[in-house]
Design a binder for this molecule. Structure first.
Ligand code: FAD
Length: 518
C-alpha cells in the first residue's frame, strides 16, 4: 500500500468518529512545512474550529534533529527555518496565539511527544498539513489513529500543492506520469474549480485570557540550530543577508516580481546573469508562501482569468510553479523514488564511475568547465543555484563524469536553502535521464554550447569564477581551448578534468549497456 493511501484510509476510516468529537479546552495547529499565517488552510481550519466553542488555538513546531539528518536538510535551510519561526512566533503573539517550540532528539519519539502535549493541554483537535515524503505520510497515518484512541481528532489537510496529488487522473483512470498531459489536466481542473484559488483567511485573535493561561507556552524559545546543522559565524552573516526569513519577505518578493519581472519571465528566465526569476523557491519549500497564493497573484496580474492564456511571461511562470505540484504528485504515487530508486527502473544498472577526485572537483567548482564551475560556486556561496545551471551541472555530473546522480542529488540537498525532496529528485531524474521525463538518455547537454547560449558575454562566469575575470571575449567559455590557457593557468584555474567528446561517447555506451542489462 502506498503511504498516501495509508494516510487517506486512516482519515476516511476515522472520519465519522472524529467528527463526533466535541471541542474541549484547546485546538492545536502543528506547523511543519507551512510556516505562514496567510493562506494556510490547516491553520485556518484550526482557527475556525477553535472559534466554534470560543476556545484558544495553540500552535506548535517540533524541531527534530534526526529528521533534519534523515532529509539531508542543509544547515542554511535549518537556519532559515529557525529564523522564520521567530517571525511566525511574533506574528502569532499579536493574535495572542502562542507558538510552542520544542526539540525532540529522537525522530521516533515525535508522535509520542505530540500525544503527551495534546494530553497536557487538554486538546480535542489537532490540524496539520500533509507532507508527501514516505516517512511523514506513514507517521501521520498512525498518528491520526493514535489520536483517536485518546479521543482527539487529528486532521491532516492537503495544502502543499495548488492541486493536491490524487485530484487528477487521466481518462483511463490512471495516474499521469508525463508533465504535458498532466499540466493540461491541472489547468482544466483549476478552470473548472476557480474556488480552488480562493485564499484562506489568517487565524482570528485568541479569546481573552489566553495569554495569561498559556504564559509558559508564550515563553518557549526558538532553539539554536542542532549540533549537526550549525553554520559558522561567517556563513550566518553571509546567508542571513541574502535570505531574510518569514512570510512578509515572501509576499514582498512575490509582489515585486509580479510588478516588474513576470511579464518578461519567458524571455529572460534561462539567463543566469539576469535577475529574471522570482527567487521564491526557499519560501515555497518552507511554506512561508503558498503555491496557491503564487498562482492567484500571477493570474490576477494577467488580463484574463485563464491560466494558459494572456501574457506569455505569466503563463510560463504559472507552468513552472506547476512543476512543483507535478513532482509532489510523482512522489505521492511512485513513492519508491524516495528510496534511492530511479523512476525508470531500467536505469537501475548503469555502471557508474565512483571517482572521488572528479566528484570533489565538481563540488568545489574546479572541473575546468567555466559554466559548471560558476554554478557550483554560486551554490556553495548562496545556498541557491539558477535553474538553467542546475540542469547543466546535473547533466555534467551524470553524463560527463558518469557519476551516480544520487551523489549530486545528495550534495544539492545538503547545500540548497530551497532543498525539497520531490523537486530535487525530479530535477536530478531529468538531468540524469533516469526520471519521469520521457526524453531518452542520449540528450546530453554540451556545457560549452549551454554556456555560449545562456551566458553569452560571460557575465555569470566572471562573477563566480574570479580567476577568469580578466579573460575577454568568448574565450571565457573555454579558456584553454581558445588561446587563453596561460592566463587561466597563472590565476590557478584548472584545465578540463574530462574531454567533452570522449565523455559523451562513454556516457552513451555505458547508459546503453546499463539499460541492456535490465
Ligand atoms: P522561478 O523560476 O521563479 O519559479 C517559481 C517557482 O516554481 C520556484 O520557486 C519553484 O517552486 C517552482 N519551480 C520552478 N521550476 C521548477 C522545476 N523545474 N521543478 C520544480 N519546481 C520548479 N527546486 C526546489 O524548489 N528545490 C530543489 O531542491 C530543487 N532542486 C533541483 C535540482 C535540479 C537538478 C534541477 C534541474 C532543478 C531543481 N529545482 C529545485 C527546480 C528549480 O531549479 C528551482 O525551483 C528554481 O531554480 C528556483 O528558483 P526561483 O524560485 O527563482 O524559480
Amino acid at each position: 500500500t502506498r503511504p498516501i493511501e495509508l494516510l487517506n484510509s486512516a482519515l476516511s476510516e476515522t472520519r465519522v468518529e472524529r467528527e463526533k468529537i466535541q471541542v474541549k479546552d484547546v485546538v492545536v495547529h502543528w506547523f511543519k512545512c507551512d510556516l505562514r499565517t496567510k493562506d494556510n488552510k490547516s491553520l485556518h481550519l484550526a482557527s475556525e474550529k477553535a472559534k466554534e466553542k470560543g476556545v484558544p488555538l495553540i500552535a506548535m513546531y517540533i524541531v527534530s534533529p534526526q529528521d533534519f539528518e534523515a532529509h539531508l536538510t542543509a544547515p542554511v535551510r535549518v537556519d532559515f527555518i529557525l529564523r522564520t519561526l521567530e517571525v511566525l512566533k511574533s506574528d502569532l503573539a499579536k493574535l495572542d496565539i502562542p507558538l510552542y517550540v520544542e526539540t525532540v532528539e529522537k525522530r521516533k519519539k515525535v508522535p509520542e511527544r505530540i500525544l503527551e502535549l495534546l494530553g497536557e493541554w487538554g486538546a480535542s483537535h489537532i490540524f496539520a498539513t500533509v507532507e508527501y515524503e514516505v516517512d511523514e505520510l506513514r507517521r501521520e497515518a498512525s498518528l491520526v489513529r493514535a489520536c483517536l484512541e485518546r479521543g482527539i481528532a487529528m486532521d491532516v489537510v492537503p495544502d502543499t500543492c495548488v492541486v493536491s496529488p490524487g485530484e487528477l487522473t487521466s481518462g483511463t483512470g490512471r495516474q499521469y506520469s508525463v508533465y504535458t498531459p498532466w499540466f493540461r489536466a491541472w489547468v482544466a481542473y483549476l478552470h473548472d474549480h476557480p474556488d480552488q484559488l480562493d485564499l484562506f483567511d489568517e487565524p482570528g485573535k485568541n479569546p481573552e485570557g489566553a495569554r495569561k493561561k498559556y504564559a509558559k507556552l508564550f515563553e518557549s524559545k526558538i532553539p539554536s540550530a542542532p549540533e549537526n546543522k550549525k553554520l559558522t559565524e561567517e556563513e550566518k552573516k553571509r546567508f542571513r543577508s541574502m535570505w531574510p526569513p518569514g512570510e512578509h519577505e515572501a509576499h514582498e518578493r512575490l509582489e515585486k516580481f509580479c510588478d516588474a519581472r513576470i511579464v518578461n519571465y519567458s524571455d529572460h528566465r534561462n539567463f543566469p546573469a539576469k535577475s529574471a526569476t522570482s527567487s521564491l523557491s526557499v519560501h515555497l519549500a518552507s511554506g512561508t508562501l503558498s503555491s496557491r497564493t503564487c498562482i492567484r497573484t500571477a493570474r490576477d496580474r494577467n488580463n484574463t482569468k485563464k491560466l494558459n492564456s494572456g501574457n506569455q511571461g505569466i503563463q510560463t511562470w504559472i507552468s513552472e510553479v506547476a512543476w512543483r505540484d507535478f513532482y509532489k504528485h510523482i512522489l505521492a504515487h511512485w513513492p519508491y523514488v524516495c528510496m534511492n530508486t530511479p523512476f525508470k527502473p531500467e536505469y537501475t544498472n548503469i555502471d557508474w564511475e565512483y571517482n572521488d577526485e572528479h566528484f570533489k572537483a565538481w563540488c568545489e567548482g574546479r572541473t575546468g568547465y567555466p559554466i559548471v564551475d560558476a554554478a557550483m560556486r554560486q551554490l556553495n556561496h548562496c545556498g541557491y543555484m539558477h535553474n538553467r545551471c542546475r540542469m547543466i551541472v546535473g547533466s555534467f555530473l551524470a553524463k560527463h563524469l558518469l557519476l551516480d546522480w544520487r551523489m549530486g542529488e545528495r550534495y544539492f540537498m545538503e547545500h540548497l536553502i530551497d532543498g525539497d525532496f520531490a523537486s530535487n529528485n525530479g530535477g536530478w531524474g531529468f538531468s540524469a535521464s533516469t526520471g519521469v521525463d520521457p526524453q531518452p538518455y542520449f540528450r546530453i547537454f554540451n556545457p560549452l554550447l549551454q554556456s555560449e547560449k545562456f551566458d553569452a558575454n560571460g557575465e555569470y562566469i566572471r562573477k563566480w569564477v574570479p580567476e577568469l575575470e580578466g579573460i575577454k571575449g568568448n574565450a571565457i567559455h573555454d579558456p584553454y581551448g581558445r588561446g587563453k590557457g596561460n592566463e587561466a593557468k597563472k590565476k590557478g584555474y584548472p584545465e578540463r578534468i574530462v574531454d567533452h567528446k570522449e565523455s559523451r561517447d562513454r556516457a552513451l555506451s555505458r547508459y546503453k549497456a546499463g539499460i541492456g542489462r535490465e
